[in-house]
Design a binder for this molecule. Structure first.
Ligand code: NAD
Ligand code: DAU
Length: 334
């Protein structure tokens, strides 16, 4: 099977490529990645020689057309993925998440190629802390940030291309991922590398916001399950019952690294900050038989801390730039 992975040099895409090479001997993997600030060629080093990396933009229609013509399936991870960046400047989000998805859809339509669209639970907006409800496939779209609005728009393009043109597509909407190779602008790796670099972790607002954490390997196993067994045209929610508030996440990182659990700073909150995400993945579990394996968040977090501790060459060159950028907007409010 010829597999074209867009965004395969980013966090989830690189982990997907590793797992595909390890578990699918029949797969010939090509990665299409623009190698933006979020990509890291070193993330693909463990599979060097076993894949082809093409540096290019998913909005380059001639390139996309040529690559899609020569593949059996497109798995579309490429995106601008960070909410804080979308608040500072949304333009790249519209370009990549909307125009890029359009470009891929036109190519898979023309060449009648199978397509799997990677999306996020943020398309559903947020939930109150005390709301017993969780997101399901039937929840109405209600995105809050420029990032989540462009992801919601991209999902709707996929649905329209399925219905109007018969494109052979599936969609998955997953909750917050953690694990190796995640860019250190994101919450968990930012705080782990803060502790490792002797910087106090930074908690937005009061830290009561809740995210539904899933290990990246569980996400990627679910993606293959949907590709193998999912129904064309359908959407599947991916989640591992991992709801934790942000303050608890920081306190657990501090505890696991042998620091006092109050050794962090409260900083200015994110504008429009979504309060809580929570996924009901009943459909994926009952219809397609998927189950998460990393069900102990604390032990998954400990493994992730070990990964960053053991791979300083991967993240240290990024650290000053990321923290300098945050320091232009972030104020300590202890
Ligand atoms: P990431 O930012 O780590 O990686 C994105 C990759 O896409 C990078 O390698 C980047 O270079 C590439 N890219 C960006 N613009 C491109 C373009 N125009 N052309 C080609 N490549 C381009 O992102 P991630 O966290 O790995 O997320 C991957 C996907 O999963 C995204 O679609 C995101 O919306 C979705 N998602 C992420 C999470 C999460 O918790 N991180 C959860 C659910 C869904
Ligand atoms: O829900 C899925 C989404 O999860 C994905 O679609 C996004 O691509 C991914 O980035 C993630 O979005 P979040 O905005 O939830 O993730 P982030 O890591 O930026 O922040 C997680 C929570 O931690 C959020 O409530 C904001 C908070 N936070 C974040 C940072 C960077 C802090 O308190 N301090 C920080 O320094």
């Amino acid at each position: 099977m010829r597999v074209l992975v867009t965004g395969g040099a980013g966090f989830i895409g690189a982990n997907f490529v590793h797992r595909t090479i390890a578990t699918r001997p029949d797969a010939q993997v090509r990665v299409l990645d623009a190698m933006t600030y979020a990509a890291n060629a070193a993330s693909l080093a463990p599979v060097a020689g076993q894949i082809e990396l093409i540096e290019g933009d998913i909005t380059d229609t001639a390139l996309v057309d040529r690559l899609v013509a020569d593949t059996d399936i497109v798995v579309h991870f490429a995106a601008e993925s960070h909410n804080d960046n979308s608040l500072a400047d949304p333009s790249a989000f519209v370009h990549t998440n909307l125009v890029g998805t359009f470009s891929l859809l036109e190519a898979v339509r023309k060449h009648d190629v199978r397509y799997h669209h990677i999306s996020t639970d943020e398309v559903y907006g947020d939930l109150a802390l005390d709301d017993p409800a969780r997101f399901t496939e039937a929840t109405a779209y209600n995105p809050s940030s420029p990032y989540s609005a462009t992801k919601a728009g991209s999902d709707l393009l996929v649905r329209a291309w399925v219905r109007s043109f018969g494109v052979q597509a599936t969609i998955s909407n997953c909750s917050n991922n953690y694990g190796p190779y995640q860019h250190i602008e994101k919450f968990i790796p930012r705080q782990i590398t803060n502790v490792l670099a002797g910087i106090r972790p930074k908690l937005y607002g009061h830290g009561t916001n809740v995210r539904d954490w899933i290990h990246v390997h569980d996400h990627n196993d679910a993606v293959w399950t949907i590709i193998d067994k999912g129904t064309i045209g359908e959407t599947y929610l991916i989640g591992a019952d991992g709801e934790v508030d942000n303050r608890t996440v920081i306190e657990t990182i501090l505890e696991l690294t042998g620091q006092p659990t109050d050794a962090f700073d409260f900083v200015t909150d994110r504008p429009g900050h979504d309060l809580r995400y929570a996924i009901d993945s009943h459909r994926l579990r009952t219809e397609l038989g998927w189950q998460p394996h990393y069900t102990d968040f604390r032990s998954g977090l400990a493994d992730t801390i070990d990964w960053y501790r053991n791979n300083p060459d991967w993240w240290q060159p990024l650290k000053n730039h990321v923290e300098n950028k945050y320091s232009t907007t972030e104020k300590v409010i202890n």
